[in-house]
Write a protein that binds this ligand. Structure first.
Ligand code: ADP
Ligand code: MG
Length: 695
């Protein structure tokens, strides 16, 4: 007899190969099989009369064999003609068969078959039905409950999956399963009036629903048995993140003594006052830095809200406490931007910076590495190159990560390892994260939100324009440049290669040069070398270029306040978050800005929705919510980012209506003892392979 905690390899007929395949989809123990739920069901609980059969439906019938025939066409076929008492007929068609099978199908015999009804030349057909020869004593196909169809992974077949899952269900019968929704040994019932099914009931219902269970509800994930599991899964997800957070709280860290000397100097140099939201975020950060656990704070702020300056103030605290800061950017261009941005603020205060990127030559790199190692460079800015083993810090105490979505959790951790004690971490993201995602994916982070833009910005006006109206755009460009402002023109061809993308940008560049000979039009694209790109960006920043024609390389973080017009070609092909990011490159100065979304008609409904929401609002949170609705969390977070993207049952967009209950239970579950909490987490979060390494 099996135990639910047994490794799946202990099941009959399950060898190392199948084990590996199942492990890959998060199934390690029998218990995990229980949560591998059917994607749909077959109804073999009753026979369907042939005159009630509908093409496209799966039916179970019991009929008599009239005739069997082998067709010697190019592809051999076996045809088996069946009829019922009223001479209604059905044809079974087999493209793969053997002689034994053919001989078994005997005229006059009673046969049961199950399959999808198709329509052929002579009426109803089923191809390759599942069948039983009743006259020959084979057992009936009739089932008491609906039959599950499980999602499969390559190399595993439906009957195997069923057999193994049934074994797990049998083991479930013999087990006292920790069921936190029901009276616990502490004698306390978690939900006072508990209308929820028990975990056992819920699992049985979902694997083998009865005919009178509401299948439509199940198909829509609104069945109470599913709600029961969804709530538990979302709770487990939150619980695990909250535990990570509390584990971190126990780590040794460097307590910073908060000082305002450098901060006040910087404030004096700024030439503007901080917004309340910026000040609040800085206060949050200072509180973290001065407490005795390491900071892990998410700083959310819409594009242009002024996150960089908040990061700079954070650096100052590290400097005053004698620690180095690593600032990590997702792209080379952004690393250079940050280097300029940060040094402009830091150098007047006598603080030295260093840069580490992949494109540096050996000599440059050596110099920079030396600065980092000696501690001379107090703030080190870079790309992924910061992770490399050769990089040694003298005394790293703070890690700032910009644009969180481009990095995985693991990269974040590996940089943290370069510090002696757990460093403080500030994670900045310009893509606002919907609340439901924050709870499920970022519950381990504290969060500060910059929810106001610096004063004096006029909102960006967004216009959608069909691509045959380029004349109007040219006119607008002339006007903008005459007024002394600059223009971004973004070419997008997202599904093609970088080479094709560059080509389309080259064509546009030429078109603009020909039509706007009086203006300086410069092209930047991903095929250029990094130095070339950096030079162009520097010239654009300095106002020496009127129009920058770019592929989406400028998507993230570039800051040129004098640019006031953004033209995005083929806007209908881009996702909402990306469009919002691109648009955020303008509207950074005092001049009224415009974003023109050019599209190729006709637009799909989804594209209409995307362009509409952008025209209606500049509010990143509204846009992020819409994005989550249109795309789902997996694509927003990136699949490897967190477990949220590959949850077993829950889907935070679809199941958002359950979040209130999730919150309620998650708070209750936090009161459970250590073992109970761990059991709950192990049940649901199985993408951590190391955990099962010994089983
Ligand atoms: P993001 O949040 O997108 O990273 P940045 O930090 O790049 O935004 O800031 C955008 C622009 O706003 C910069 O030019 C910056 O100097 C300016 N800025 C930031 N804070 C303020 C403020 N409080 N008042 C006026 N301008 C500000
Ligand atoms: Mg930024």
């Amino acid at each position: 007899m099996h135990d639910l905690s047994d490794p799946i390899i202990s099941l009959n007929g399950l060898g190392p190969k199948a084990q590996e395949k199942l492990n890959a989809i998060g199934i390690y123990q029998l218990e995990h099989l229980l949560f591998h739920l059917p994607s749909r069901y077959q109804n073999k609980t009753r026979f369907t009369a042939l005159d009630a059969a509908q093409v496209g439906n799966e039916i179970l019938v019991e009929l008599t064999i009239d005739r069997v025939e082998e067709l010697a066409t190019r592809q051999r076929q076996l045809l088996c003609y069946l009829s019922d008492d009223e001479n209604r007929t059905l044809l079974l068609r087999f493209f793969h068969f053997n002689q034994h099978q053919k001989q078994q199908l005997t005229r006059g015999d009673l046969i049961q078959c199950f399959g999808e009804v198709k329509i052929g030349r002579d009426g109803l057909e089923i191809h390759h039905p599942e069948y039983r020869l009743i006259s020959k004593g084979q057992p009936t196909l009739i089932e008491k409950t609906l039959s599950p169809i499980y999602p499969l992974t390559a190399g595993i077949h439906q009957p195997q999956m069923r057999k193994w899952i049934n074994a797990a269900l049998e083991a479930l019968e013999k087990t006292v399963l920790i069921d936190n929704f029901h009276p616990t040994k502490r004698g306390k019932e978690i939900l006072a009036t508990n209308s929820m099914p028990t975990l056992k009931q819920a699992l049985h219902t979902l694997h083998h629903p009865k005919v009178d269970d509401n299948i439509d509800q199940i198909a829509n994930f609104r069945h109470i048995s599913q709600q029961r599991l969804i709530i538990e899964e979302l709770c487990a997800q939150q619980l695990s993140l909250l535990r990570l957070k509390s584990e971190r709280k126990n780590k040794i860290c460097n307590i910073f003594k908060i000082s305002h000397t450098l901060a006040n100097q910087l404030l004096g140099n700024l030439g503007f006052a901080l917004t309340n939201a910026q000040q609040r975020s800085i206060d949050d950060i200072n509180t973290d830095l001065g407490s005795n656990h390491p900071m892990l704070r998410l700083l959310q702020g819409d594009v242009g809200s002024g996150k960089t300056i908040v990061a700079v103030f954070t650096c100052l605290q590290a400097v005053e406490n004698g620690f180095q800061t690593a600032v990590m950017a997702p792209t080379e261009i952004l690393a250079h931007q940050h280097l300029h941005g940060f040094s402009d603020y830091l150098e007047p205060l006598g603080i030295r910076t260093a840069l580490l990127t992949g494109s540096q030559n050996a000599a440059e790199r050596r110099t920079q590495l030396a600065l980092v190692k000696s501690g001379e460079a107090q703030v080190v800015i870079g790309t992924h190159a910061l992770f490399q083993e050769a990089v040694e810090f003298e005394k790293l105490g703070l890690v700032i990560i910009d644009e969180q979505h481009k990095f995985g959790v693991h990269q974040r951790l590996s940089l943290a390892q370069k510090a002696h004690n757990t460093p403080h971490q500030l994670v900045m993201t310009a893509t606002p994260i919907p609340r439901s995602l924050t709870m499920s994916a970022y519950a381990d982070l504290d969060s500060s939100i910059i929810d106001e833009l610096p004063p004096g910005r006029s909102p960006i006006q967004t216009i959608a324009l069909a691509s045959n109206k380029k004349d109007k755009v040219l006119e607008k460009i002339r006007q903008v440049c005459t007024e002394g402002n600059q223009v971004y023109w973004v070419c997008t061809l997202i599904e093609e290669s970088e080479a094709l993308r560059a080509e389309s940008a080259i064509n546009t560049h030429q078109y603009l040069q020909e039509n706007l000979p009086e203006l300086s039009v410069v092209l930047i694209h991903g095929k250029m070398n990094k130095q070339e790109k950096n030079e162009i960006m520097t010239r654009f920043s300095a106002g020496k270029i009127h129009i920058l024609v770019a592929t989406t390389v400028i998507e993230v973080g570039v800051n040129v306040p004098n640019a006031s017009l953004m033209v995005i070609e083929n806007a209908e092909r881009l996702g909402l978050a990306q469009l919002h990011q691109l648009r955020g490159r303008v509207g950074r100065g005092f001049d009224a800005s415009i974003c023109i979304l050019m599209y190729q008609p006709p637009l799909s409904n989804n594209a209409i929705e995307r362009l509409d929401i952008l025209r209606q609002t500049n509010d990143g949170f509204r846009i992020a919510n819409k994005d989550l609705e249109l795309r789902g969390p997996g694509e927003i977070l990136g699949t490897q980012q967190t477990g949220v993207a590959n949850m077993k049952i829950a889907n935070i967009v679809r199941d958002g209506y359950l979040l209130k209950q999730v919150n309620y239970y998650a708070a209750e579950f936090l009161q459970l003892n250590e073992n109970e909490q761990q059991a709950l987490i192990n049940r649901w979060i199985t993408d951590d392979k190391a955990q099962y390494a010994n089983t």
